[in-house]
Ligand binder design. Structure first.
Ligand code: ADP
Ligand code: MG
Length: 727
């Protein structure tokens, strides 16, 4: 029996999924695999674990596990469910990559999908779970896809053992055929339960014109306009008087807007300046819905009077890396006399439902990392999102009453969006995934029941890299070409590969760790690998400074940082290890100073990155200690710089992980063409690549370098560069 607070009980009963409790539980009792589809906010994540708990699916026989593709959802949903059920966080807990509060009393466990994959490596049958729920399956994250493939095999195995495991796949869209109609996955089509949306109508307003690039400025202007013209609630005829009265009292009307990336750290209350508005733009709205009165372009001065623009906007950011306490703010009512405006990334699209949103401003963009399938060269690009996610965004406006979505692009542009985003597994290099699978003794990766398989060339590139790193046993090259290729795609894991698979970092970095026992290099390798994994340690200096004052400030920071690195590292070491020494120096100096926000701010380091590096160092230290029990490693906050000999050895270690990432200065014959000026030639690409301006070696241009990655912006740039000398 669950003892819920009355107000919680009341709110629950309003959720559409409550009406389906019986049919959901019947389907689960009678089928090993069940798919639940329901609009975002219908109550899947918070309620289904509670249904299972109340039906006795936990007790002493096992726990309920729920996977989320995003850390923020795992943490915040476990807290919400604990609160709704009035249970301790020792019982409803979470586990994400770096942290968790799981105890031996835990019965409902929220975790990221990567965490469950690691658990499968330790216990293939997942015997401590009675139910596994794969949440947000529509997001098609790489680990979610792979988990569904693995669970499709684990479920029948558990059945055979007489210890059945229930698998529940939850999705916000009805597009689940990749799971249900895939005979290799589930031979019997699992039942799909659809939860009725009970969504209020959302009027979509398209822009007539699509702004070229200033989507954040456009967002800002649109929000100001909504705030100025559309707040009072008089326009919602369906709303009960009681609700309007409540609204006027609490001023809880909210808006959300979506931007691909935001960088606000603290909320701010900004009073909107009326004069700040560009009135010429007011006729730009193109109404797709019928409710012309609500089109902003038609708002007249009379409506202006009714508006709440005298209220300050209470602006909150919401994005994955934001600290949990700050995230929790969006669920609370804003301070009296203010109006809430949430600036959110995709996390608000389906993972978290912010209550009471009435207006959504959608810039239509998404910021994604794109990879070349074979070379792994990556670039961050802001592109148009898919129709499916634009519709999800719009849907956020209609949870509690009819709402409006302002799309900052035209309907013609929308028609050109792709319908759905492609599954992640088809878009990025898969070497880490393949190593994890081989560690599970899945040798013929090609035969694995992927919901959507990765492209053959990505699989081949991954196997090749893993063979080169020594993580897989090299096949015997006999017979015809075709056979050779098949052999290459089914290599078993090597003992080294097994060790590498236990480290929670990319295979290249895992290899470096596995090699670092000699010369007491492990603490340094752990630090370098952590810094390379976390990425972006330093504040951006590349962006144009807003003012002269800022330019001076940035220059000062940069100089201090360099000085700090020199003192810590010494010129000789900098020469040897290049940017890797810079990273090592930054982490070393920061930890020496106690890793405070002040130190980071003064020296141009990103505090959040430094904290994450600290956690990863801790985790890798533990992992190394458990692989070789005699290592006896610990983290020394006063770590000394490496000796010359150690630096030489570190360079070899780095080269062992990045052996195919070597570049050589362009030769005389290439230099005839101007595009090769200051350029390097790599083994993987035909085009010239350059040392990134942020690199310490940018001006030195050594003959040979090894790089961490190539990122494409205006040119192909190498980042994380150190010099190598041909032996
Ligand atoms: P789904 O998983 O179907 O998208 P959820 O179970 O996440 O739906 O959400 C159900 C309801 O619970 C939503 O109306 C949401 O606003 C509310 N809710 C979720 N988390 C919180 C929270 N931390 N505080 C207040 N309400 C919340
Ligand atoms: Mg959910």
């Amino acid at each position: 029996p669950v003892d819920r607070a009355p107000e919680i009980q009341e709110a629950r009963l309003k959720l559409p999924i409550l009406a389906e409790e019986q049919s959901i539980m019947e389907a689960i009792n009678e089928n090993p695999v069940v798919v639940i589809c329901g609009e975002t906010g219908s109550g899947k994540t918070t309620q289904v674990p509670q249904f299972l708990y109340e039906a006795g699916y936990t007790s002493s026989t096992g726990a309920i596990g729920i996977t989320e593709p995003r850390r923020v959802a795992a943490v915040s949903m476990s807290q919400r469910v604990a609160k709704e059920m009035n249970l301790s966080r020792r019982v409803v807990s979470y586990q994400i990559r770096y942290e968790g509060n799981v105890t031996d009393e835990t019965q409902i466990k929220f975790m990221t999908d990567g965490v469950l994959l690691k658990e499968i490596q330790k216990d293939f049958l997942l015997s401590k779970y009675k139910v596994v729920i794969i949440d947000e399956a529509h997001e098609r994250s790489m680990y979610t896809d792979i988990l569904i493939g693995l669970l499709s095999r684990i479920v029948p195995l558990r059945e055979k053992k007489g210890l059945p495991l229930k698998l529940i796949i939850m999705s916000a869209t009805l597009r689940v055929e990749d799971f249900t109609e895939n005979k290799r996955l589930f031979s019997a089509v699992p039942p799909v339960i659809q939860v009725d949306a009970r969504q209020f109508p959302v009027t979509i307003h398209f822009n007539k014109k699509t702004p070229l690039d200033d989507y954040s400025g456009e967002c800002f202007r649109k929000v100001c306009k909504i705030h100025r013209m559309l707040p009072s609630g008089d326009d919602d005829k369906e709303e009960s008087v009681e609700e309007i009265r409540k609204f006027k009292k609490s001023r809880k009307r909210k808006k959300a807007m979506t931007l691909p990336k935001i960088d606000l750290d603290n909320y701010s209350v900004i009073p909107v300046d009326e004069g700040d508005e560009d009135r010429d733009a007011e006729t730009d709205d193109d109404v797709a819905g019928s409710d012309l009165d609500l089109d902003l372009g038609d708002a007249d001065s009379e409506e202006d009077e009714k508006s709440d623009s005298s209220l300050p906007l209470y602006v909150l950011p919401l994005y994955s890396l934001l600290a949990p306490e700050k995230q929790a703010k969006v669920f609370r009512p804003p301070p009296p006399g203010t109006r809430l405006c949430v600036v959110a990334t995709n996390v608000a699209e389906t993972s978290l439902t912010i209550p009471g949103i009435k207006y959504v401003v959608d810039c239509g963009k998404v910021k994604k990392r794109f990879y070349d399938k074979i070379t792994g060269v990556s670039s961050f690009r802001v592109t148009w999102t898919s129709q499916a996610s634009a519709n999800q965004r719009a849907g956020r406006a209609g949870r509690t009453e009819p709402g409006h979505c302002y799309r900052l692009y035209s309907s013609a542009v929308f028609m050109d969006f792709e319908q759905f985003s492609a599954p992640e597994i088809t878009k990025r290099p898969v070497e880490d995934l393949i190593l994890q699978m081989k560690a599970l003794n899945i040798e013929k990766v090609i035969n694995f029941p992927f919901p959507t398989p990765p492209p053959a060339e990505a699989l081949a590139a991954a196997e090749e890299l893993l063979i080169a790193l020594g993580a897989l046993k090299e096949p015997l090259m006999t017979g015809r070409l075709k056979e050779q290729q098949t052999a290459k795609l089914s290599c078993p894991i090597s003992p080294l590969g097994r060790v590498m698979a236990t480290f929670p970092v990319a295979p290249r970095y895992a290899k470096m760790l596995a090699l670092s026992r000699q010369h007491d290099c492990l603490p340094y390798t752990i630090t370098i690998v952590s810094a390379m994994t976390v990425r972006e340690l330093f504040e951006e200096y590349d962006r144009p400074a807003v003012s002269e004052e800022e330019t001076a400030k940035l220059k000062g920071k940069k100089a201090r940082l360099l000085q700090m690195q020199r003192i810590w590292a010494g010129q000789g070491l900098l020469q040897k290890l290049g940017d890797l020494m810079v990273m090592l120096g930054a982490v070393g100096a920061c930890e020496y100073a106690g890793c405070t926000p002040k130190f980071c701010e003064e020296n141009g380091l990103r505090y959040k990155a430094m904290l994450e590096i600290r956690r990863l160092r801790g985790q890798l230290t533990t992992a190394v200690n458990s692989v070789c029990s005699d290592a006896g490693l610990y983290i020394d906050p006063k770590m000394k710089p490496p000796t010359e000999a150690q630096a030489t050895y570190l360079r070899q270690i780095v080269l062992a992980g990045l052996g195919d990432h070597v570049a050589r200065r362009a030769q005389a014959e290439e230099l005839l063409d101007d595009k090769w000026k200051n350029a390097y030639k790599t083994a993987l690409l035909d085009e010239p690549v350059f040392i990134h301006p942020s690199s310490i070696l940018f001006k030195q241009l050594p003959e040979f370098v090894v790089y961490q990655e190539i990122v494409e912006t205006t040119k192909l740039y190498m980042k994380g560069v150190s010099a190598v000398e041909p032996e």
